[in-house]
Design a binder for this molecule. Structure first.
Ligand code: SF4
Length: 460
């Protein structure tokens, strides 16, 4: 069955399967709890967070300059640097690098940017074998599922489903023990690494001053993908550049804590070019593909520019009440949760993804946990107002204008609120629903009577 185009339909489909909310909610609650504990035990957390947000914004102001330095340094290390305006160009560049060098198998470590541009299908169309090597991504690839979370791509699958998959596709005797399945996957992937001609990776940070690409992983597959095959291709969005190693230290203090509640990830790899004469390890060739794909337009948009500060830690997904109910696939694009609600419409256009900014309760939980202080609710407000200007129906605009006028006048608002309260007292109650076009508000709950006037604290 093909996926519905509209968020509302995809979310309804996800909500119809209670396992989605059960699995997603439970795992997000667990990771969210780990983040809270890690942050609580880091006494400089708020100061470092302030600093990280300021550094990101400063870097974005001087991105051109930083990118020039990065390119210069990377070329000095022997890396070949390619600039891609959009997804099609990035896919062509990477496919051509592989075809020109008679590559047959590519091992790939986690890259949300590769998901964004549809890199795997493009490589496979050219006859190349692509093997995901992050365990979660490997499971998704075997299921033919897109990732459902930035950090835990397969968190929507149970270990029993995975055991059945490994049995059917890899020939492992059915055994839903996570440790044994992991060891089995490790053996399978080890063979894939050893027979690969090219490694593909994302980039968490690119340090301009030293020409260093930084990869933050927990499984070691990033190191294998980038150092074992004879060619390494790294793909990064142009906003990933940081000025120097001091700035990098600030982000490393925050990334793992925010993502998984760890002080540091298990592996932090710093890669500075291909193997030099006399060095025992590393690829013969290194390529860096720097992707724009709409980022320059976001950079030029002062209201939305802060979204480019995102570290892709996933913390905002874990606390989002919408994401926890419907999971990542309901968002229909590579980025889900609050960051997806903001970033996706900017990358693909409001015409294509205008329903995503509406998919938020604006509760603000996302902004509260973001390590670089992205204010998602504010950005969502901006996108919603652009959507209104761009063409909500006349009736809707008149209604919103009337509501705004009501909200701006104290006496009018109080009169309307009192009338509404009286109406609700008469009509609302168990089993009562709103009629017609308002029915969506009560599709999952009854219309309840308003409570009485709340008493001041401390009164009897
Ligand atoms: S928006 Fe903030 S919390 Fe969400 S993924 Fe990006 S850095 Fe993490």
């Amino acid at each position: 069955m093909s996926a519905p185009r509209d968020f509302r339909q995809r979310a309804a489909r996800a909500a119809a399967n209670p396992a989605v909310a059960e699995m997603t909610g439970a795992i997000c609650a667990r990771i969210g709890g780990m983040r809270r504990a890690a942050v609580a035990s880091f006494d400089r957390y708020e100061k470092v967070r302030e600093l990280a947000a300021a550094i990101k914004l400063k870097n974005l102001d001087r991105l051109d300059e930083k990118l020039k330095v990065l390119i210069d340094r990377m070329q000095g290390h022997g890396a070949q640097v390619h600039l891609a305006v959009d997804a099609a160009e990035a896919n062509n560049i990477i496919t051509q690098i592989a075809l020109d060098r008679s590559v047959r198998r590519i091992v790939k470590s986690k890259s949300m940017t590769a998901e964004e541009i549809g890199l795997n299908p493009a490589l496979e169309r050219a006859g190349l074998e692509v093997v995901e090597t992050d365990l979660g991504d490997f499971i998704c690839q075997l299921f033919d599922d897109p990732p459902s979370h930035i950090l835990g791509p397969a968190l929507h699958r149970t270990r029993f489903e995975i055991a059945r998959l490994f049995s059917d596709k890899l020939g492992m005797a059915y055994d839903p023990t996570p440790g044994r399945m992991t060891m089995f996957a490790r053996e399978v992937l080890r063979e894939k690494f050893l027979g690969a001609d090219m490694g593909l990776s994302g980039v968490n940070f690119a340090v301009a001053e030293t020409g260093t690409l930084v990869l933050v992983t927990n499984e070691g597959n990033g190191r294998m993908s980038t150092t074992l095959p004879r060619i390494h291709v790294a793909l990064m969005g142009l906003e990933k550049v940081v000025a120097d190693l001091d700035d990098l230290g600030v982000f490393l203090d925050l990334l793992a804590r925010s993502a998984s509640g760890q002080k540091m990830s298990v592996y932090t790899s710093l890669l500075s070019g291909s193997r030099r004469p006399g060095e025992p390890d590393g690829p013969d060739e290194m390529h860096l593909v720097i992707l724009d794909n709409g980022r320059s337009a976001i950079l030029a948009d002062p209201e939305m520019r802060p979204v480019l500060a995102c570290l892709r830690c996933g913390a905002c997904l874990n606390v989002c009440p919408i994401y926890r109910q419907v999971g990542g696939h309901a968002f229909g694009h590579a980025y889900s949760g609050p960051i997806g609600m903001v970033l996706t419409p900017l990358l693909v256009g409001l015409e294509e993804a205008g329903d995503l900014p509406q998919a938020s309760t604006l509760c603000g939980a996302c902004a509260g946990v973001c390590p670089v202080k992205i204010d998602h609710p504010r950005l969502l407000h901006v996108l919603r107002s652009r959507l209104d200007r761009a063409g909500s129906p006349l009736g809707g605009r008149v209604l919103l204008d009337a509501f705004a006028a009501l909200g701006l006048s104290g006496p009018l608002f109080q009169t309307a609120a009192a009338a509404m309260q009286r109406a609700l007292k008469l009509y609302a109650g168990p089993g009562r629903k709103l009629p017609g076009r308002l029915s969506g508000w009560t599709s999952c709950r009854d219309l309840i009577k308003p409570g009485g006037r709340s008493r001041p604290q401390g009164s009897e």
